[in-house]
Design a protein around this ligand. Structure first.
Ligand code: CO
Length: 178
């Protein structure tokens, strides 16, 4: 297991549509474990494989007491509508209210290779949808109005100059509890 660098806005892999996982091998399980470790170190509620440079359909989420690995995830059902503020480990310091379905049913394969179904709402449903978007090359900015998106991208570009690394090294947390 290792904490992996996170790809930032502008890195092409964030725009790639990820390939399905054919089989849950040891390599897949190791990747899942490293993704958990990276998510925890970055203090995120979710992380998609694109964000660590691999365009394959794997994501992890830790929200509202649920800590899940999603391999080949799909939203089987969606209902309602809710707007809440979102951010993204690949777009540091940018936050905006995003409207998404409020309740979802997730179907995915777990780290153990077994398919599962999960009903979710609130932050968990939001995090799951945000991560599945990543696997399709979609960022939360794409879910905003064009005007709002332009404003936020401009703000981000001001703070992250051209030529700056598109990789973010995440420090392993030391002595963090809980
Ligand atoms: Co994100």
């Amino acid at each position: 297991m290792s904490v992996l660098p996170i790809h930032l806005l502008g890195s092409p892999v964030l725009r790639e549509a990820s390939a399905p996982v054919v089989e849950v091998t040891d390599a897949v399980r190791q990747l899942v474990d490293s993704m958990y470790e990276t998510m925890d170190a970055a203090e995120g509620v979710g992380l998609a494989a694109n964000q660590i440079g691999q365009a394959i359909r794997i994501a992890v989420v830790d929200a509202e007491g649920a800590r899940i690995a999603m391999i080949n995830p799909v939203i089987a059902e969606a209902s309602g509508k809710a707007g809440e503020e979102e951010g993204c480990l690949s777009i540091p310091d940018v936050y905006a209210e995003v409207t998404r379905p409020e309740r979802i049913v997730l179907e995915a394969t777990g780290r153990d290779g077994k398919p599962y179904r999960l009903e979710a709402d609130g932050l968990l449903a939001r995090a799951i949808q945000h991560e599945i978007d990543h696997l399709d090359g979609i960022l939360f900015l794409d879910r905003l109005s064009p005007l709002k998106r332009r404003l936020l991208v401009r703000k981000y570009r001001r703070e992250h100059k051209e030529g700056e690394s598109l990789l973010r090294e995440v420090a392993r947390p030391s002595g963090r509890t809980g």
